[in-house]
Ligand binder design. Sequence first.
Ligand SMILES: Nc1nc(=O)c2c([nH]1)NC[C@@H]1CN(c3ccc(C(=O)N[C@@H](CCC(=O)O)C(=O)O)cc3)C=[N+]21
Length: 289
Amino acid sequence: MTAKLLEGKIFAAAIKAEAKKQVESLQQEFKVTPGLAVIIVGENPASKVYVANKHRSCEELGIYSEVIEMPIDSTKAMLLAQIDELNHNCKIHGILVQLPLPPHIHTDEAEILDFIDPDKDVDGFHPINVGKLATGQEHLVPCTPMGCIKMLELAGIEIAGKNAVIIGRSNIVGKPMFHLLLARDATVTVCHSRTKNLAAITKQADILVAAVGRPHFVTADMVKPGAVVIDVGINRIAPKKLVGDVDFEAVKSVAGAITPVPGGVGLLTIAILMHNTVKAARLQLSKTI
Ligand SMILES: Nc1nc(=O)c2c([nH]1)NC[C@@H]1CN(c3ccc(C(=O)N[C@@H](CCC(=O)O)C(=O)O)cc3)C=[N+]21
């Protein structure tokens, strides 16, 4: 058996086409162009792919985009001042602070993210948006997990009643993924580094989400035949070699459907970022009119 390949570019194109239509209607109705600002502190080679893809997508869709490169030794105060400016900048509807931050301000991460206007929080990391997601009031939702959900929906894969297992409990992927799947009536289990008998749990999964950050972590013996396997991992194992968390070659002969890396959910992350930027612009317009 060979799994159906869930190609990110097909789903991403559908999400972006919808966002593009909305950009055009905002321009016609309100003479407003949605704008996205990305703050990058220091040089991070991994960030470059993401920023380049994001920039290209903005151009494709007619979204105004600003990349703010700040020096590696930027202080917390400098970052807060930059965010404050963007919070009040009416050309900017979405703000994203690229993570991870450099070590000297790493502990300030929560304070920095909390300073972003929740209505401009296109990453969905602000506690207000996290709380809304957790209480069934989805507002601006983290891009990667939302991309996974949109992909399942567009592929016609039912979520309700399914056993979903997530490996990884990060604030960026694992936890929001839990809420999104639960809200869509899956039975959800979250596994992590202290989970016992991991394979026994993952083998129960109809939908398996891998967000661990370790290459080839999910092996064929951990997967139920016919399961949908979503690989959220982005592991650079050589300068030009990117792999996910799933042993793709082995797992594809057990799974029913599988996402590749690259070319999988990473592309959906960008597409949802575009969608969130348009949504944020709409939100802000509805508050000023
Ligand atoms: N505040 C914040 N929000 C983020 O959403 C965020 C972040 N910080 N920090 C870094 C990670 C990483 N990330 C990626 C998204 C898409 C691709 C992507 O487009 N991947 C393509 C291309 C990969 C390639 O060709 O190298 C693919 O998987 O096919 C990569 C990486 C967002 N992140």
